[in-house]
Design a protein around this ligand. Structure first.
Ligand SMILES: *[C@@H]1O[C@H](CO)[C@@H](O)[C@H](O)[C@H]1NC(C)=O
Ligand SMILES: *[C@@H]1O[C@H](CO)[C@@H](O)[C@H](O)[C@H]1NC(C)=O
Ligand SMILES: *[C@@H]1O[C@H](CO)[C@@H](O)[C@H](O)[C@H]1NC(C)=O
Length: 365
């Protein structure tokens, strides 16, 4: 009896230490873990000190473009864009009701989701962070609104992701009633992009370029994926070549098999898990879903819809950076088997349907 008791306490003590160490490590890591839009165009920083919004560029609207009315040469009007935004929200909730997609679209609002959502109490706004769509810029906008800094340009880059110091709390840091109240009354938005292009962007940014100092992608996550998913296990090419897009696609398409790995990878999976898993768009009724492909229209629209367009502006968007590039998608998937691509699509088709992206038939058939 006494032995068992002692054992019990030893175990408890050990757990305590492990927890402490984990807390310390996660603090260190989370500082850089949440990344933003890694792509740069021609060395042009995404953080151009833009005090004015970019004019809507008609050429960048690739889908759901409002029908040309009396002024075919002008960009979409505010009213046009409101119609686009409303259609998106309606079609999202229609897909949420489709029971055959239920497994891919419905997610419980757990800590993982609440960790993704940032709170601006001053203006009653919630923003669900989805990497690779310029979300750092939105966080800066919200930090300014919360009163942390007078303008977007004055926020030091290293503070944007430090949520203990930047005055932009996560929804998960609040009490249950406070969370429920905000979810039901605040303006809520997220930004999405074509699901496959997003995966390519995450792959490039984390496993090829890795421009921020984030060694765990290449040193921990890539070898784990290679060990489990690379077809040929010759040691020499494993060490030399790093993660291939093919390995990544096989890992992503393996719904059951990757679960244990994903738990080990922790928060880093935010760069590739589905938007449904990140933001629970069928459970949380988002007011607006912006599309990265039409950010030039969506950014000003979101500011107006949230009632903050007089207070703050979204930084200038480098031209061409948001456009969907089918050639690039074809190139990345060109060496990958149809079977692997179909599996990947099976996993991500919830996102394609929820946000109105056409299924990539040019890859599947
Ligand atoms: C539900 O989704 C499936 C799969 O995409 C589709 O075939 C079906 O038509 C959808 N059902 C409705 C009612 O929209
Ligand atoms: C949904 O998931 C459950 C459990 O994982 C599974 O049994 C069921 O077949 C799935 N349904 C669909 C439509 O995929
Ligand atoms: C699209 O991607 C291809 C291949 O990566 C690249 O060569 C091309 O310049 C891109 N096109 C545009 C318009 O960015």
């Amino acid at each position: 009896m006494g032995g068992a008791m002692r054992h019990h306490w030893l175990l408890l003590g050990a757990c305590g230490w492990v927890l402490l160490i984990l807390m310390f490590v996660s603090k260190f890591i989370s500082f850089r873990a949440i990344d933003d839009y890694g792509e740069r165009v021609g060395g042009q920083s995404w953080t151009v000190p833009g005090t004015k919004l970019v004019k809507p560029n008609p050429a960048s609207i690739i889908e759901k473009k409002p029908k040309p009315s009396d002024q075919p040469s002008a960009g979409p009007t505010a009213a046009d864009w409101q119609a686009v935004a409303e259609r998106r929200v309606e079609s999202l909730s229609a897909v949420c009701r489709n029971s055959s997609l239920r497994n891919l679209t419905h997610v419980s609002i757990g800590k993982f989701v609440l960790d993704r959502i940032f709170v601006c109490d001053k203006q009653k706004i919630l923003f669900c962070q989805t990497p690779k769509v310029g979300n750092t810029q939105w966080k800066k906008v919200l930090i300014v609104l919360n009163g942390g800094f007078p303008s977007v340009e004055e926020i030091p880059e290293n503070l944007v992701h430090d949520h203990e110091k930047n005055g932009l709390p996560r929804l998960s840091s609040l009490k249950p009633q406070e969370i429920t109240h905000r979810l039901s009354t605040y303006f809520k938005f997220l930004i999405v992009r074509d699901p496959f292009e997003r995966l390519i962007s995450a792959f490039k940014d984390k496993f090829v370029k890795n421009p921020r100092f984030e060694p765990w992608y290449k040193h921990d996550i890539a070898p784990a994926i290679i060990r489990k998913y690379r077809k040929s296990h010759r040691d020499s090419d494993q060490a030399a070549s790093g993660l291939h897009f093919e390995d990544f696609v096989r890992y992503l398409g393996d719904v059951e098999g990757r679960q244990r790995m994903d738990r080990q990878f922790g928060e880093h999976i935010i760069h590739w898990v589905t938007y449904a898993d990140l933001c629970a768009p069928c459970e949380i009724h988002y007011s607006v879903v912006g599309h990265h492909e039409t950010l030039e229209e969506d950014a000003p629209y979101i500011l107006r819809a949230a009632g903050i367009d007089q207070l703050v502006s979204y930084p200038a968007i480098p031209p061409g950076i948001t456009r969907y590039n089918r050639t690039k998608v074809e190139q990345y998937f060109s060496g990958i088997s149809k079977r692997d691509i179909r599996r990947l699509y099976a996993r991500y088709q919830g996102d394609f349907h929820l946000f109105g992206y056409p299924s990539p038939d040019f890859l599947l058939n």
